[in-house]
Design a protein around this ligand. Structure first.
Ligand code: SF4
Length: 472
């Protein structure tokens, strides 16, 4: 039996098995994505006084909450109207009416954000009509704001859900755009970003650049609140007044391209100026962000930021020799991968396997163009729509030096006997990583620190006495 297991395990590492693994069409094993409502929930947490509300199963809500809680190590407040078998037969209107009545009365939110789980979508619940009936019955006041998003998880992913909920929140809370009421603010949309330090870094940079801005959504204080001895149910978020003004924004800057297309289309349809950039990871990505903000303010880039940039370049120079020519595998969301690959190429590192379950044709084209633009991108292949079991086959048949991705990559990394540097979502087996920015010039230094020091740890752990050096 043991021999048989060993033989099977060894066979899993062969090129023959890899071919069979890549031939599978109907089965997905450990995809690198979460479901739509999880993204919707995170987005809803970023608005002041907002209570996320799942129209659907309680078990789904427990999954979203526990996954976010495990990543942020913070309580995640959200409710569900707990649809069960009878709702699947008769529809979930009764659940929604009772759920909204209780949520409004017990938790006293300023706004409720409703999104759906698979069950409600499969039976075709009309949440807009249900909301109308809820108000008609007096379960909640007629003028109480409730944002809606359909988030069926049999398509899309957490980034689609984030996008739909963001559009729903703007639709619900913003007053119509009026040309004589355009404000002076740049509305900055971070996209599905699980680094609270990234959100804080955006705010810091925007302040240094003296840009009037609104971060939308902003859950940095909600999922990373200080321990002051009392529990706050609604500890932060984009201010309500700025939500009301969201359609009168001077302009929008979306810092992820693939997690905001629906919102951008909606804004553009209302003639709100909107620009999208790749996530500002690495020097070139951050430069584009800084340039876009400087263009908006019409002011020069402050010296403080030029100095920061120089410090990051110095860190790159100090450590490029440890990354140059090293082979990497990566997996994650499209926006994160665009940024990370761009950063690796800047360091002379070689991305080899790039697995993106959430890939789209546009992303594929953009990634391939990024890879061909650098001599270090020539060895890379993007595996669009593939999962982490595919990734495992790649790692054991075409070895690399390091894997970059979230905690789900630890099994494949262990099987391939390579280190995993944790970047992405969820990170449930390390602490505090969400408190270190990976965007901006500061993010460049943090990424270098994580990656290079991991290589050095490996050297110290594996080198024999003559090579156990004080200097690395
Ligand atoms: S995929 Fe559907 S059923 Fe599963 S947790 Fe997500 S919403 Fe619930």
């Amino acid at each position: 039996m043991e021999t048989c297991t060993k033989a099977t395990k060894a066979w899993l590492n062969t090129a023959e098995y890899r071919e069979k693994n890549f031939a599978r069409e109907k089965l997905v094993i450990n995809p690198a994505k979460a479901c739509q409502p999880l993204g919707a929930l995170l987005c809803a947490l970023g608005v002041e006084g907002c209570l996320p509300f799942t129209h659907g199963s309680q078990g789904c809500t427990a999954y979203f909450r526990s996954t976010l809680s495990r990543h942020f190590r913070e309580p995640v407040a959200a409710v569900s109207d707990s649809m069960t078998e009878d709702s699947a037969v008769f529809g979930g209107q009764g659940n929604m009416i009772e759920g909204l009545k209780n949520a409004h009365a017990v938790y006293d939110p300023k706004v409720i954000a409703i999104f759906t789980s698979c069950m409600a979508e499969v039976i075709g619940d009309d949440i807009k009509a249900y909301l109308g009936n809820t108000k008609e019955q007096g379960a909640i006041p007629q003028d109480f704001p409730v944002a809606l998003a359909n988030t069926p998880s049999f398509k899309g992913s957490h980034i689609t859900g984030y996008d739909s909920m963001l559009k729903g929140l703007i639709e619900c809370l913003a007053t119509p755009r009026q040309e004589d009421k355009i404000n002076d603010r740049l509305y900055v949309v971070p996209g599905f970003d699980t680094y609270t330090a990234n959100l804080r870094e955006y705010k810091r940079l925007l302040k240094v650049m003296e840009a009037p801005f609104t971060l939308l959504p902003d859950y940095s204080d909600v999922v990373d609140s200080p321990n002051l001895g009392t529990y706050e149910l609604y500890p932060g978020g984009t201010p309500f007044t700025e939500m009301n003004e969201a359609l009168n924004a001077a302009s929008y800057l979306c810092l992820q391209t693939y997690s905001t297309p629906t919102t951008r289309k909606y804004l553009a349809s209302l003639e709100v100026p909107v620009e999208a950039l790749n996530m500002p990871i690495g020097i070139a990505g951050t430069d584009k962000f800084i340039e876009a903000v400087a263009k908006f303010t019409g002011k020069d880039v402050p010296e403080e930021i030029t100095i920061e940039r120089g410090r990051s370049l110095d860190a790159m120079t100090d450590s490029h020799q440890y990354m140059h020519g090293k082979r990497f595998a990566l997996f994650g969301d499209p926006d994160l991968l665009m940024g990370l690959v761009s950063f690796l190429l800047e360091m002379g590192a070689e991305p080899v396997h790039i697995v993106c379950t959430n890939s789209t044709p546009l992303f594929k084209k953009a990634m391939e163009s990024l890879l061909t633009s650098s001599p270090y991108g020539q060895q890379a292949t993007l595996y669009a729509g593939k999962d982490l079991w595919h990734l495992r086959s790649l790692l054991v048949t075409e070895p690399v030096d390091m894997l970059i991705g979230d905690s789900h990559g630890k099994w494949a990394a262990r099987d391939a006997d390579i280190p995993l540097v944790r970047v992405g979502f969820p990170i449930t087996d390390r602490v505090n990583l969400h408190r270190y920015p990976i965007i901006g010039y500061a993010g460049v230094i943090n990424l270098i620190t994580m990656i290079v020091n991991t290589f050095m740890e490996e050297l110290d752990r594996t080198s024999s006495d003559p090579y156990f050096e004080m200097m690395r």
